[in-house]
Design a protein around this ligand. Structure first.
Ligand SMILES: [Zn+2]
Ligand SMILES: [Zn+2]
Length: 315
């Protein structure tokens, strides 16, 4: 023990070994693969597959550039690492990317063999769950995120069939931050330039995260097309190209800060999302590259379920 660490212990502070050994940390690793898939259930007719899965049912399938983010937790070793990254890279490659890259997902793993009763469609949420089970005996995973595109990704935290699905969309709107009961001077003192009388605009980026149980056959936590339609019809269409303070009745009396817009979106979507079989988990509204508001619809406190992934999420 060095004099320095001996002094630390004597002072009653946690003793830190050389290179941080013994301390805890979460690390993330990103990996990409290109795969194709097709949503087609053999027990349905061609018309039923088409009406249920739309373009995703078309033969012979279509492809995505998938991006996988693996979060792992552990204790630092004597080299100052949770895990040696070359071991992490090797495990992800041998168990996941070498199996999936440039492959047809429906045929690659028995979990997606639809001729078996136990098979399910290779949706993003079903795929991230299967990846968890393939990787978890090799790596101390705490969270997985799988992006199918920049507008769709799934999170899995190892809890049975429970998964999170996020869709990203955007709208442009103007607003003015001012409380009608206050004078212009008082509003400018609070909101600064945002209180100027004729307003200003933003290109809002909206992430809607739902939580649900992955269906054993369709591989879906809810009907994706129905979710996209709800967000489009209830939020994007009415909000896009409006002056929020005047055009959206809720904001006539309620100041449309990013926080209040996120809360209102959450209130508008909670029940309709329940009606399509999922729970609204989170709304994230990004107003500019520098500020965003997040609302957790399921819990009153600010509990971030997929917390380990948020650092990479907004990149
Ligand atoms: Zn697809
Ligand atoms: Zn603004």
């Amino acid at each position: 023990m060095s004099e320095f660490s001996a002094a630390f212990s004597a002072a009653g502070l946690p003793q830190i070994d050389a290179h941080g050994q013994g301390r805890g940390c979460v690390i993330t690793r990103r990996a990409c693969f290109c795969s194709s898939h097709r949503y087609w259930l053999p027990e349905l007719t061609a018309d039923e597959n088409d009406s249920r899965f739309g373009l995703c049912s078309k033969a012979p399938g279509h492809g995505h550039n998938y991006e996988l983010i693996v979060s792992m937790a552990g204790i630092l070793d004597s080299d100052g690492m949770v895990l040696n990254l070359s071991d992490v890279k090797h495990a992800i490659k041998s168990e996941v990317t070498s199996k999936l890259d440039f492959h047809f997902l429906n045929e690659v793993w028995p979990e997606f063999d639809l001729n078996q009763d136990s098979g399910c469609l290779p949706t993003t949420e079903a795929l991230v769950r299967v990846i968890w089970h393939r990787l978890s005996s090799h790596l101390p995973i705490v969270a997985l995120r799988l992006h199918e595109s920049s507008g769709l990704w799934a999170d899995y935290l190892g809890h049975g069939m429970d998964a999170y699905l996020t869709i990203r969309t955007h709208f442009a709107a103007a607003h003015r931050l001012a409380r009608p009961e206050l004078s212009q001077e008082e509003n400018e003192a609070i909101y600064g330039k945002c209180a100027r009388p004729h307003g200003h605009g933003h290109n809002y980026l909206l992430d809607v995260t739902v939580r649900g149980s992955i269906d054993a056959r369709t591989g879906m936590v809810c009907d994706l097309a129905a979710l996209q339609m709800l967000v489009e019809n209830l939020i994007v269409e009415p909000f896009d190209h409006t002056f929020l303070n005047k055009d959206i009745s809720h904001f006539v009396a309620c100041v449309p800060t990013a926080e209040n817009i996120a809360l209102h979106i959450s209130d508008c979507l909670s029940l309709p999302i329940q009606q399509i079989g999922a729970q609204l988990h989170k709304i994230r509204l990004q107003e500019s590259p520098n500020n965003a508001a997040e609302v957790y619809a399921e819990v009153p406190q600010l509990a971030m379920q997929p917390a380990a992934l948020e650092a990479v999420m907004s990149s």
